[in-house]
Design a protein around this ligand. Sequence first.
Ligand SMILES: NC(=O)c1ccc[n+]([C@@H]2O[C@H](COP(=O)([O-])OP(=O)(O)OC[C@H]3O[C@@H](n4cnc5c(N)ncnc54)[C@H](OP(=O)(O)O)[C@@H]3O)[C@@H](O)[C@H]2O)c1
Length: 308
Amino acid sequence: MTGAGGQLGSELRLAARGREDRFVFSDIVRGEGILPLDVTNPSAVREFVIREKIGAVINCAAYTNVEGAEDDADAAKSLNAVAPGILAGAMKEAGGLMVHISTDYVFGGDMVNTPIGEDFPPSPLNVYGRTKLLGEQAVVSSGCRYLIVRTAWLYSSFGKNFVKTMLGLMASRPFVKVVCDQAGTPTYAADLAGAILQIIGMLPSGRGSDIAGKGESDTPATPAGCVLNYTGEGVCSWYDFAKMIAEYSGNTSCEVLPCHSGEFPSKVRRPSYSVLDKTRIKQTFGLAVPHWTDSLKRCLEKMGKLKT
Ligand SMILES: NC(=O)c1ccc[n+]([C@@H]2O[C@H](COP(=O)([O-])OP(=O)(O)OC[C@H]3O[C@@H](n4cnc5c(N)ncnc54)[C@H](OP(=O)(O)O)[C@@H]3O)[C@@H](O)[C@H]2O)c1
């Protein structure tokens, strides 16, 4: 696993505990139980895969600073677009499976108001989304067996995320304004980690081909693998999300106010609607996807922030 020190990587490390499979965790810097691996370095990746006898990669390494990507497109491209191709190439050579994590931000350019299926044509609005789409395409064109899992609005007790930012702001301010004109679905990274391990465990010999469907997008399902959407269940705006964080954490001192994104001028264009349709992953794997509000409660409880 790459990016093992990040939000999703940390949840995957927890979820992997006690499982029979052998996991090797890596990140750009060494940590406890984490080996160093720079996924942008082709020879280092190849050597790592051979030395550690890697049969499948779960790629959680990414450039996830959406604002920062606008100013540092080269760094975002290197990590989000080029590195997935390097890892997928190594899996092609090793005959292994590449599980690559992608994003709802590959969409946004088309005005839609119903959940977006895996085969809908991508139309990213910003550098982050464009580089993530290139990464998906690099995985597909490598010829390896692959699963691309698109997710959205990730949060966890680990790392930096919207839930932690809101808890901090609510503790120190009389009011906070949050945009109400962008809709999506929050995803608890612990739920996603469980889903990824469940899916991998259900693939006979880890074969992506066993679940491949037919698609017509730029990253279609091919005989070698497929694209899957996974988020929490339901739909909300960032404002609704913040209101629930306030309610569940028992914060009454800070007023949560709705506003439009125009009030926060930004160089980043973001999707106004990027709800992902999870029919494929639910029907193929029988996954029970929790509603985002139930997952939020579990995360806050784990953080010791749930009002009792
Ligand atoms: N966060 C979201 O809201 C969101 C939404 C949709 C999809 N996703 C996708 O979900 C996946 C996981 O996201 P996340 O939030 O868990 O990301 P994250 O917390 O930012 O973790 C990414 C990890 O990759 C590491 N990394 C950076 N450069 C590297 C390199 N050259 N080689 C190896 N590792 C490197 C980072 O280390 P440093 O921290 O030291 O840089 C970090 O530990 C990503 O593919 C992301 O695009 C995220």
